[in-house]
Write a protein that binds this ligand. Structure first.
Ligand SMILES: NC(=O)C1=CN([C@@H]2O[C@H](COP(=O)(O)OP(=O)(O)OC[C@H]3O[C@@H](n4cnc5c(N)ncnc54)[C@H](O)[C@@H]3O)[C@@H](O)[C@H]2O)C=CC1
Ligand SMILES: O=C(CO)COP(=O)(O)O
Length: 336
């Protein structure tokens, strides 16, 4: 039995807290929202995210980062990517023992655009942490918290640490595979959020299953091209952190990225969504990071879906007209 400090008291933090609690580990969640903490500690639920789920008494939360970290062997990151680095800097000042940091967030650091594993290594020295692991794959918290069968990947450059985290989380409803392709997996997990926004947009515009299948297929091709030029392995895109995560996020009403796209598609404009959104929807910023990276560097690849979502989100392009433009591009071979 290990103690795991979970950063965050939101939906993914709660879903994974239940998995770890079911596996007999001691967990404590760190949060900044008093109402979420009271819900977890006093009412044993997290009403904001899961209205009908009663949590076990072993799932506890605290406003104190120091208390959360005390005696923890693992730190699990389940807060949105834009807050990760600042929170890790606070963690660093409180660390007493060497720990394993497990990332479960999907996207890039908001200042450096680094991937999450890179961000963790940027904050901590090798003597402070064990090799970094990302636990990512097709997994909506709303289903994991209901113990619906789920498979994800424990991704690390170090096989032993990947296996250690695999064992920590695996149980009869949560199956964890290992992978060593950190670059391919983390770029895939981030990129799929942009395609999910596009998937919501086409649904909101009234297009059908054929359209979504085309989007997922071409989206996978595009994200694999990007992942490979960044140093990832092509095969990773046929796995859980590639096609797996892409399918779930593009097809599920639980996805906030899909919901964002749906709202944009239904109103046929992004301006209102961009002005008022407060939900965790990392595809919006990820789209800009990838768009800017590809346009500023000579990778020799095309990213037409990311470019189209970028125009809709950041240049206020008309979504319906943008989809029509995508369809009217020069005809070509599928492998180009
Ligand atoms: N919800 C899901 O099904 C999944 C989410 N993820 C990823 O997990 C990450 C977290 O997402 P969600 O849990 O869905 O978001 P959420 O919106 O449900 O919860 C975010 C939580 O982070 C907390 N928070 C914000 N800033 C904080 C800070 N500085 N320190 C401590 N806590 C802070 C909020 O109070 C809230 O409890 C994201 O990167 C997301 O992509 C990955 C897989 C599944
Ligand atoms: O990453 C996820 C599923 O694997 C969660 O997707 P959303 O961020 O779109 O809710």
């Amino acid at each position: 039995m290990s103690k795991i400090a979970i950063l965050g008291t939101g939906s993914w933090a709660t879903g994974l807290a239940r998995v770890l609690n079911d596996n007999g580990h001691e967990i404590m969640m760190y949060g900044i929202d008093q109402s979420e903490i009271d819900d977890i500690n006093i009412r044993h639920c997290n009403y904001k995210y899961f209205k009908d789920v009663q949590l076990e008494k072993g799932i506890v939360a605290s406003l104190s980062l120091e208390k959360t970290l005390a005696d923890a062997s693992y730190i699990l990151i389940t807060i949105p990517t834009q807050f990760v680095k600042d929170t890790l800097l606070k963690v660093k000042s409180l660390l007493k023992e060497k720990v394993t940091v497990i990332n479960a967030a999907k996207g890039f650091d908001m200042n450096t655009n680094m991937r999450m594993s890179e961000t963790i290594r940027d904050v901590f020295t090798d003597s402070e942490i064990n090799p970094v692991v990302s636990l990512i794959g097709p997994s909506h918290a709303e289903e994991v918290v209901e113990r619906i069968l789920t498979a994800v990947c424990s991704v690390s450059l170090d096989e032993k640490t990947a296996q250690d985290v695999q064992k920590l989380f695996s149980n009869q409803y949560f199956r964890v595979y290992t992978s060593n392709d950190e670059i391919g997996a983390e770029y895939g997990a981030a990129y799929k959020n942009v395609i999910a926004v596009a998937s919501g947009i086409i649904a909101g515009l009234g297009y059908g299953d054929n359209t979504r299948a085309a989007l997922i297929t071409r989206g996978l091709y595009e994200m694999s091209l990007y992942g490979v030029v960044k140093g990832g392995q092509r095969e990773t895109y046929f796995g859980l952190t590639g096609i797996g995560d892409l399918i779930v996020t593009c097809s599920s009403v639980h996805s906030r990225n899909y919901q964002a796209g749906l709202e944009i598609g239904e109103s046929n404009r992004a301006i209102d969504f961009m002005a008022h959104n407060t939900k965790t929807c990392e595809g919006v910023r990820t789209c800009k990071v990838i768009h800017d990276d590809v346009s500023q560097n000579n990778y020799g690849i095309e990213t037409p879906i990311v470019d189209a979502v970028y125009r809709v989100l950041y240049e206020n392009a008309d979504p319906k007209a943008t989809v029509a433009e995508l369809m009217a591009r020069d005809l070509k071979s599928e492998q180009l």
